[in-house]
Design a protein around this ligand. Structure first.
Ligand code: MG
Length: 276
């Protein structure tokens, strides 16, 4: 029988859409990269526990399950304005581990966006078609590829008007800002089994200072130790945000209730009105 399948395409922004505030893991990754360079090491960034603790948006896992079950041939992508390096070296692989789901490749990053950093759905869709048309031969025909773009594709992002070319394809979601500041030095020493002496190295010290991340080393006196404690506590109290979030849970409810069978312009508009 001829293959007449067509996909549904879900595209998710990452920061503040499917995860909260990524600042601490990013800083951890910068420091770990520097230490790897110094030690010629290959320690891999791991923040899956932090994701499970709350950085991963609640109910996102449920939402993925829901779309896989309710939309035939769901193809799921991420599209972030982060750098290509960070997207492919830590960010997405950690999310996948915590989520228990692998996104389609490639992971789209800022290289696909316009110079002003607004996102481009035509850029990523043209790229998707290269791979998807192997699985869905009908997509080689413009009639069908246009149909899928117009009716079966949805892009979810927390920044209003973040899509330059096809703004009506965006479902806007409220920003998810979960954050728990932590002691990066302590985590690096403990989790990656790194010798604490590395924090005597001027390159590492400078990086920690640039990132405003507190640390101790063999030169730290009693006052420095007290101050260190104070800064960690200050950061914790200032940037801790563990507000509950039900966005994806509510979205499932609405999509069920209004029997959203496709993602044409009207349905996306409807979802935007109902959820925001
Ligand atoms: Mg975002």
């Amino acid at each position: 029988m001829k293959n007449t399948k067509l996909p549904f395409i879900f595209v998710f922004d990452i920061d503040n859409c499917i995860i909260g505030n990524i600042k601490w893991p990013i800083n951890e990754s910068i420091i770990l990269d520097e230490i790897n360079k110094l030690n010629k090491g290959k320690k891999k960034l791991d923040f899956t526990n932090y994701l499970k603790k709350g950085l991963l948006r609640p109910y996102f896992k449920k939402f993925i399950k829901f779309i896989k079950k309710n939309y035939d041939n769901a193809e799921i992508y991420v599209y972030t304005n982060s750098s290509n390096y960070w997207t492919n070296n830590g960010l997405v692989s950690n999310i996948e581990k915590a989520l228990g789901h692998k996104f389609n490749k490639p992971y789209y990053s800022s290289e696909y966006s316009y110079h002003n950093m607004q996102k481009s759905l035509s850029n990523i869709y043209n790229n998707m078609l290269i791979n998807l048309s192997k699985k869905y031969p009908l997509l080689t025909n413009t009639k069908y590829s246009n149909y899928v773009f117009n009716n079966n594709l949805i892009f979810i992002d927390n920044l209003p008007y973040n899509v330059y070319d096809y703004p009506f394809k965006q479902l806007l979601c409220p920003s998810y800002d979960w954050s728990i500041p932590y002691d990066i030095q302590k985590k690096i020493i403990k989790n990656y089994k790194i010798d604490k002496k590395v924090f005597n190295n001027p390159i590492i010290m400078k990086k920690m200072n640039d990132l405003e991340m507190p640390y101790l080393n063999s030169n730290s006196n009693k006052v420095a130790k007290l101050y260190h404690k104070y800064i960690l506590l200050y950061q914790y109290n200032t940037f801790k945000n563990i507000k509950k979030d039900y966005y994806f849970k509510n979205l499932i409810t609405i999509m069920r209730k209004y029997k959203i069978k496709n993602f044409n312009q009207n349905n996306i508009k409807k979802l935007n009105n109902l959820i925001n």
